[in-house]
Design a protein around this ligand. Structure first.
Ligand code: NAD
Ligand code: DAU
Length: 351
């Protein structure tokens, strides 16, 4: 039987991924997640309870643990999501980013290499990375492609870029079969509410300030998380080892437009007069080194692997807003303790 190691699947994208992979059936899904502040077993509790996913709490930097899992399951696929993922936190302190994103990736690569030396078949290491490794685009500049040069600007993106380079090096030097996926900004259910979209939805629901960094004209290319996950499944099934694939929603929006849109969706959901939530929009100090624009050209993925996104942002946003409303208890449980301390440090206000 095929066994997949999925790292970081108690987080946002990994949780959505194992849901989709479990629904498709087939491989045995083994999750390794340290349950950091961003990891939440609740996100996949139903899958763990009914045995569709086997969960191991542990750190990807823990070499004996990782090698032990490889020895036990002889994984034929690794889907590597585990990371420190929030840019603002990487500005407050880069240590955990270097440790998990760089060292942790090296530990996984070594364990896979050692295991796969003695294994037949077609194993594959799928490294889940980000568009941020390519830096920032000027207005009017062509979107990033698989050939864009690396120009990471934040400690987060630098640590992800380092991890991408390690994957390339293990592929090149050791012949490790690997694919790198560089994806744009995701939105959807189970996203930790420090990220723009869930933060704005929950703050608008609670009548709290909606903090816009700088002028709010920074552009991101938004992709529904389910479409990111189908792209990853296509790479796992039909992708070519040694390749990079760029993933994006062809959906460039300025932050301020997204925030206004969310505010009006929340008004509609709560039956409030138009403009109620938008009154809480506040321009605050900009993020240091803030990347101005990201955009991805996913033509290769579409052409070669037949991938198509199913969702568009405007169509999907009402159901995403509703999801956070219906799951506000889930969010309330997260938005306590350590989250409050972070929020005060980041925004100088009470969560
Ligand atoms: P997330 O922060 O929601 O989840 C990260 C998960 O990794 C958490 O469950 C956490 O507990 C786990 N983790 C962290 N350190 C660990 C360690 N040392 N050992 C084991 N587990 C650990 O992140 P996300 O938004 O789901 O992103 C997942 C991956 O996708 C990341 O690699 C990120 O760089 C990449 N990515 C994210 C986006 C996005 O828009 N969110 C876009 C492109 C790529
Ligand atoms: O592009 C892919 C990346 O997208 C992923 O690699 C990262 O893991 C993920 O966190 C995300 O990074 P961003 O920095 O783009 O996402 P974030 O949600 O933090 O911010 C989105 C934009 O909104 C960004 O321009 C900063 C802005 N912003 C964010 C917050 C939290 C605000 O204006 N106010 C806020 O309070």
């Amino acid at each position: 039987m095929s066994h997949w190691l999925v790292t970081g699947a108690a987080g946002f994208i990994g949780a959505n991924f194992v849901r989709l992979a479990a629904a498709a059936g087939g491989p045995r899904l083994v999750v390794l997640d340290a349950l950091t502040y961003a990891g939440n077993l609740e996100n996949i509790a139903d899958l763990v309870a009914d045995g569709r996913v086997e969960f191991h709490r542990g750190d990807i930097c823990d070499e004996p643990l990782v090698t032990g899992l490889f020895a036990r399951y002889r994984f034929d696929r690794v889907v590597h999501f585990a990371a420190e993922s929030h840019v603002d936190r990487s500005i407050l302190g880069a240590g955990p980013f270097v440790r998990t994103n760089v060292h942790g990736t090296a530990v996984l690569l070594d364990a896979a290499r050692a295991c796969w030396k003695a294994q037949t078949g077609d194993p594959l290491f799928l490294h889940v990375s980000t568009d941020e490794v390519f830096g920032s685009l000027e207005p009017g500049e062509a979107p990033f492609t698989e050939d864009s040069p690396y120009r990471p600007n934040s400690p987060y993106s630098a640590s992800k870029a380092a991890a991408d380079h390690l994957v390339r090096a293990w592929q090149h030097t050791h012949g490790l079969p690997a694919i790198i996926s560089n994806c744009s900004n995701n939105y959807g259910p189970w996203q930790f509410p420090e990220k723009l979209i869930p933060l704005m939805i929950l703050n608008a629901i609670d009548g709290r300030e909606l903090p816009v960094y700088g002028d709010g004209m920074q552009v991101r290319d938004w992709l529904h998380v389910e479409d990111h996950c189908t792209a990853l499944l296509a790479m796992l099934e039909r992708g070519q080892p040694g390749r990079t694939y760029v993933v994006g929603g062809n959906c460039e929006r300025a932050n301020i437009d997204i925030i206004r849109r969310i505010a009006s969706e929340v008004d509609a959901l709560l039956g409030k007069p138009a403009g109620s939530a938008a009154k809480f929009i506040r321009h605050v100090a900009d993020r240091p080194g803030h990347d101005r624009r990201y955009a991805m050209n996913a033509a290769v993925l579409r052409r070669e692997l037949g991938w198509q996104p199913r969702h568009d942002l405007e169509g999907a946003l009402p159901s995403v807003v509703r999801w956070y409303w219906e799951n506000r208890e889930w969010a309330a449980r997260i938005r306590s303790g350590a989250y409050r301390e972070y929020y005060e440090k980041q925004y100088g206000a009470r969560a």
